[in-house]
Write a protein that binds this ligand. Structure first.
Ligand code: AMO
Length: 430
């Protein structure tokens, strides 16, 4: 059996180990045959190495290795004459672990372009493209950074069920499934659970997948997406807005520091925004929109083309606060000085909505009234409403669309670029 333990990652090969014997593992990216000499470019997760083959007995078999095949190479580290590499490996033994069968569906070196649709169909191979890999390294760092900031603010991480017995927020956009003879749904948000948990755990956060059963045809919607949700007792809207700002700023700082090479790969530049982010109100935004050739009445939702106008003027991150109560879900509290307005906000980047949240109702009767006003039946929420009679605490929170935040950080125009296996109306595989 092949010993598959390597001695080094490729980025650990440097001049300090010249003349040492090493064993690396990876896949063949390129193979150049110049007669009595073969140059192999081998990649692993950390980078690329140049391998020289000049042993006559190895030349013939090595020439037959197909690009992208998995190999293990034993050899001696030596100084390289190439401009691209400081050191190279003079091969003593090359073992093909598995063969890549050609033709391959995409070229993961990125030299031959493929459409996103084709690439998503063969995502595992697409991820060998350094540019694509960089996006998911950035994604990983972003998650670490967000967890770190939330823990600093005393939020604890929770996991709530994704198979649920009734709609979490009302509305029709739920996937349903059969659950041992009963009807169940896939959670569209952790909203009700996270609110309930504040009465004991005080500050909670969850990072998980949620499901929306709408046939979206946009570059910013998926049917399964990751939301970062927080909920905190004795916090008001401004408190949770500040947590959101700090998360966004810290993510940008951390990525700028930790993902220098990845940012270079994707040619993205990070500019650290200063705090606080601009706070606009719904009414201000409406005035800005109506000063163009669009006429929107107070109480109307802001459509895409209207938000693009706002995004043109307010280019970075900003909040839109004080939305009309009727546009917000039943659980959102109204403003104390004006019940027409809700104590709520959206976080925007340009035209793109990144998050929404606000202060919540914590009084059962008010919640019941709001449910009825929104055409929902309080009986469908009786388990949830019960909790509010056990000493519920005042609380606020938000949900950030994590995939959308990554679109902004990585400067990609399609959400599918930053999601490993996106689910949309057309795509259920792989
Ligand atoms: P909302 O429905 O606005 O709020 O969702 C919160 C954020 O999640 C992201 N998002 C999506 N991302 C990709 N594809 C989708 N289909 C999709 N739908 C939503 C957006 C959005 O801003 N319970 C509330 C949050 C709260 O009040 O705490 C909620 O779910 O970035």
């Amino acid at each position: 059996m092949t010993d598959i333990i390597r001695t080094h990652y490729i980025n650990q090969l440097d001049e300090s180990i010249i003349d040492q014997n090493v064993k690396i593992g990876g896949w063949v990216e390129d193979l150049r045959d110049i007669g009595s000499l073969l140059f192999l470019t081998v990649r692993d997760v950390s980078g690329t190495a140049q391998i020289i083959v000049n042993e006559p007995k190895m030349l013939e078999s090595t020439k037959k290795i197909t690009r992208q095949s998995a190999v293990m190479i034993i050899g001696n580290v030596q100084k390289s004459k190439s401009k691209a590499f400081n050191v190279e490996i003079k091969a003593e033994h090359i073992e093909v672990i598995t063969n890549a069968v050609h033709p391959l569906p995409v070229d993961p070196t990125g030299r031959v372009n493929a459409s996103i649709d084709v690439r998503l169909g063969v995502r595992a191979l697409d991820l060998r493209n350094p540019r694509v890999l960089a996006l998911f390294r950035i994604r990983h760092e972003a998650l670490q950074s967000i967890r770190k900031t939330l823990v600093i603010h005393n939020f604890i991480e929770v996991n709530t069920p994704k198979i649920i017995g009734s709609a979490s927020e009302g509305g029709a956009n739920l996937f349903s499934l059969e659950y041992f003879g009963k009807k169940a749904y896939l959670a569209q948000s952790p909203q009700l659970y996270k609110e309930q948990l504040t009465m004991s755990l005080d500050r909670v956060f969850e990072i998980a997948s949620y499901y929306r059963a709408e046939k979206f045809h946009t570059v910013r919607h998926l049917n399964e997406f990751i939301s970062i949700d927080i909920e905190g007792a004795f916090m008001d809207t401004e408190d949770v807005i500040q947590v959101a700002e700090q998360i966004v700023r810290n993510v940008l700082i951390d990525i700028k520091e930790k993902c220098v090479n990845e940012l270079k790969q994707i040619t993205a530049e990070i500019i650290i925004p200063s705090l606080p982010f601009e706070r606009l109100t719904y009414s201000q935004v409406l005035d800005e929109i109506n000063s163009h050739d669009i006429k929107l009445e107070f109480g109307e939702d802001l459509p895409d083309h209207a938000l693009r106008i706002v995004g043109e003027k307010h280019k970075g991150y900003y909040f839109i606060k004080d939305w009309p109560s009727k546009l917000k879900p039943f659980y959102i509290h109204e403003k104390n000085d004006n019940p027409e307005l809700s104590d709520s906000f959206d976080l925007q980047h340009g035209y793109l909505e990144l998050a929404s949240g606000g202060k919540r109702h914590y009084n059962t009767n008010k919640l019941k009234t709001r449910l009825i006003e929104q055409g929902l039946n309080p009986d469908d929420f009786k388990d949830h409403l019960k909790v509010f009679e056990w000493g519920m605490l005042p609380h606020s929170g938000w949900g950030i669309g994590f995939d959308r935040l990554l679109m902004v950080i990585c400067n990609t125009s399609n959400i599918r670029e930053v999601v490993l296996y996106p689910r949309d109306a057309e795509r259920l595989n792989p």
